[in-house]
Design a protein around this ligand. Structure first.
Ligand SMILES: [Zn+2]
Length: 128
């Protein structure tokens, strides 16, 4: 399943970041999904619910932010933004373009929540 392997890669990235920030409870994961990425957000969300169990993001919410489609024109060299179903140069109307962005799936940010399951200091450590 394509989406599941994407989620696993995402979670590897997330757990690395969480570890670096000494966080062990990921509250939210925000990803940008380009319209040309071929990734269906609803399928990705379903796969995420399977993939997250047992990870530091077991309770995390996955959020999507739309990513714009940007193209570079081979005719006039202009770079412009366009709609995923109308891909042409905004400057000259040329169709000979290359996609600059919009076909990616990118981790934008993660939000680490303050953990409440840190082991409490055992009473024996208290000094009397
Ligand atoms: Zn152009």
């Amino acid at each position: 399943m394509h989406e599941l392997s994407i989620c696993q890669a995402l979670l590897t990235q997330v757990s690395e970041i969480a570890r670096r920030h000494a966080g062990n409870n990921v509250g939210r994961i925000v990803v940008a999904v380009g319209p040309l990425s071929g990734v269906e957000p609803s399928l990705l969300a379903a796969a995420f619910r399977l993939a997250r169990s047992g990870s530091c993001a077991a309770k995390a919410e996955l959020r999507f932010e739309p990513a714009p489609v940007r193209v570079r024109c081979r005719e006039c060299g202009a770079e412009s933004e366009c709609r995923p179903n109308r891909i042409f140069c905004a400057d000259c109307g040329g169709y000979r373009i290359e996609v600059v962005s919009g076909d990616e799936l990118r981790l934008l940010r993660i939000e680490l929540s303050a953990t409440d399951d840190v082991p409490h200091r055992p009473p024996s450590e208290r000094t009397n």
